[in-house]
Design a protein around this ligand. Structure first.
Ligand code: GTP
Ligand code: MG
Length: 194
């Protein structure tokens, strides 16, 4: 599949604001600041269609981007943003969770982790939760440009082992700076869309 068009459609603060048509959804999840919006821009071949920031907590709503008039890429707020108030965190968490459990058009979850670090307790929680709802998940390790190729091999090996209990075999490293991993993400998307 080739990228033909990418268009911002809307932001949703509530579940009933999610687009109501039957087009498939592919959602990007991961902790705050891991690089979700940056990855989306690389995938959509646009510099700033999804807004990014070096300060965690940039994405606060569910943002929908229509690709090729065919499916939605969905940018979710990150989890584990400690500077937000408890009330805000609970609101995001319930928004993310209700979206992830109640949208039948959701075909694939792209879970982002920072390849430099081990999985956090919140990543484990998210994986267990996604497994409970039987979602198809691939894992993408972001910020690969910050590691040497030796370190990268080591981290991928660690992740393969950590993810095997979740029956996840697809794990790729990615960099929004070098665009490494872009093709692998596109391939995973194509495989659930066509
Ligand atoms: N070196 C490097 N920096 C990255 C990469 N991806 C993202 N960043 C940086 O990490 C910061 C956060 O990126 P975002 O894409 O806004 O992260 P996010 O996951 O959407 O964050 P929230 O919206 O807060 O949940 C920004 O300063 C990005 O420039 C990467 O692959 N390599
Ligand atoms: Mg974001």
């Amino acid at each position: 599949m080739k990228l033909l068009s990418a268009e911002f459609i809307k932001s949703a603060a509530l579940l009933n604001q999610v687009p109501q048509d039957n087009k498939p959804h592919i959602a990007i999840v991961g902790r705050s600041n891991v690089g979700k919006s940056s990855l989306l821009n690389v995938i959509m071949n646009r510099k700033r269609l999804a807004l990014t920031s070096s300060r965690p907590g940039k994405t606060r709503l569910i943002n929908f981007f229509l690709i090729n008039d065919l499916f939605y890429l969905v940018d979710l707020p990150g989890y584990g943003f400690s500077k937000a108030s408890k009330k805000e965190q609970q609101h995001w968490q319930s928004l993310i969770e209700s979206y992830l459990k109640s949208i039948p058009q959701l075909k694939l979850i792209i879970l982002l982790i920072d390849i430099r670090h081990p999985m956090s307790p919140l990543d484990y929680e998210m994986l267990e939760w996604l497994a409970f709802f039987n979602h198809r998940v691939i894992v993408i390790g972001t910020k690969a440009d910050k590691l040497s190729s030796n370190q990268l091999v080591k981290q991928i090996t660690y992740y393969k082992k950590a993810l095997s209990p979740f029956q996840i075999t697809e794990i790729y490293s990615f960099s929004s700076i070098t665009r490494k991993g872009k093709n692998e993400v596109w391939q995973a998307i194509s495989s659930v869309i066509s």
